[in-house]
Design a protein around this ligand. Structure first.
Ligand code: NAI
Length: 358
């Protein structure tokens, strides 16, 4: 069964650990370490069975591998999953012992995998992990950690939008956003920073958020027009930027879009690959989420070399070139940007670490 999952995904290195004392059942999937140590979060989730846990780890490791490659990071993609049990929910459960056991597992991989926070884990858990292994990123800022990733994600996203402006919208200078209309769905941590970045460059904004306070704050800061979370899909605009939850572009919302491009920070924006193909057929360019939202990953990865915010900003700025290349190849071939991005990631991995700019 496990080999079948790996065969279907066409790659695979899988490590598993059981710690009876703490109840830890953990899986680490490594997509590739050709560009450097694999990087990827540790997720805690109550999987229905072993197959679900292995499949999730493998699928997410590959997504991380592509994301890291497109960001030109000297890292491969990996993922850890901890299979949550009922006992872990009890208030007296010793979470520190669980993460110490997990840290021993990560350490036993000798640096092939660098873990960090993901859904179900926190910076505090990573601080515990760090006591046992150095192969961890995303610890507290007090300890030299990289801190809030959102401004870096927003910066990368804004740079991606600049590339879209030039290649897809035919604007001469992507940094001159006068007259550009962007609709932002969700102005939380990333969406707000993105709104501030775009406003500074002269863009006109329409925003929607389920939390009225957040929308009002951003409107006061940027002059954005607030509309309801339902209306945001119908706005006639140049760019629609999903910055809320996953699955924003679905068979029901797609026909309503009146934009030339979708370029935002949310993860998993397309409800299915079919939606990506339909966007392409309708002449709407889609900036693949894992390419345009890599600024946060770039920021946390910078901890590996010794954290330097300026270097992280420089690298996040490089997302411009990645989106530009995807947009140009899309125009040349007519193929959906998601397929182009996957192919580009494979090419970067195959070219090896010497081809990465330092
Ligand atoms: P957040 O929780 O701070 O912001 C999300 C915002 O969307 C909130 O203000 C929320 O009220 C709003 N929202 C929720 N449902 C909505 C709806 N139906 N319509 C309109 N607004 C809605 O989260 P954050 O950190 O800003 O992340 C946003 C997205 O970007 C997520 O998909 C996240 O996975 C992704 N992302 C975030 C990164 C980061 O650095 N924080 C890095 C890469 C991806």
């Amino acid at each position: 069964m496990i080999f079948q999952i790996l065969t279907d995904l066409e790659y695979g290195q899988l490590h598993m650990a059981l710690d009876r004392a703490t109840g830890l059942r953990a899986i680490v999937a490594l997509h590739s370490t050709r560009l450097g140590p694999a990087i990827g979060g540790c997720r805690v989730y109550p999987y229905v069975d072993e197959t679900a846990a292995v499949t999730d780890a493998c699928r997410l490791a590959r997504a991380m591998g592509y994301k890291a490659a497109l960001a030109r990071l000297p890292h491969g993609g990996g993922k850890a999953v901890i299979w949550a049990t009922e006992a872990m929910r009890r208030p007296d459960f010793d979470r520190a012992a669980l993460f110490t056991a997990f840290a021993r597992f990560v350490d036993s991989l000798g640096g092939a995998y660098l873990t960090c926070e993901d859904s179900g884990t926190s910076t505090r858990d990573m601080d515990v992990v760090r006591k046992t292994t150095k192969h961890v990123l995303g610890f507290s800022t007090a300890d030299g950690g990289s801190g809030d990733p959102s401004p870096f994600t927003a910066l990368g996203c804004r740079r991606g939008i600049e590339a879209v402006c030039e290649v897809i919208l035919g604007r001469k200078d992507g940094k001159d956003m006068a007259g550009l209309h962007v609709a932002i769905q969700g102005v939380g941590a990333v969406g707000r920073y993105l709104a501030l970045e775009l406003h500074k460059l002269g863009a006109r904004l329409t925003i929607a958020d389920i939390d009225p306070g957040r929308a009002e704050r951003v409107a006061a800061e940027t002059g954005a027009k607030i509309i309801s979370i339902e209306e945001i899909f119908d706005v006639e605009c140049d760019i629609f930027a999903p910055c809320a939850l996953g699955g924003a572009i679905s068979p029901s919302t797609l026909p309503r879009l009146r934009c030339r491009a979708v370029a935002g920070a949310a993860n998993n924006q397309l409800a299915s690959p079919t939606v990506g193909r339909t966007l392409q057929e309708r002449g709407i360019f889609y900036a693949p989420d894992y390419a345009i939202n890599a600024g946060g990953l770039i920021n946390v990865a910078q901890e590996f070399a010794g954290y330097d915010a300026e270097k992280a900003r420089e690298r996040a700025s490089g997302i411009y070139a990645t989106i530009r290349e995807i947009a140009e190849r899309t125009q040349q071939t007519g193929r959906p940007p998601g397929e182009i991005a996957d192919q580009l990631a494979e090419e970067i991995i195959a070219a090896g670490p010497q081809a990465l700019a330092t």
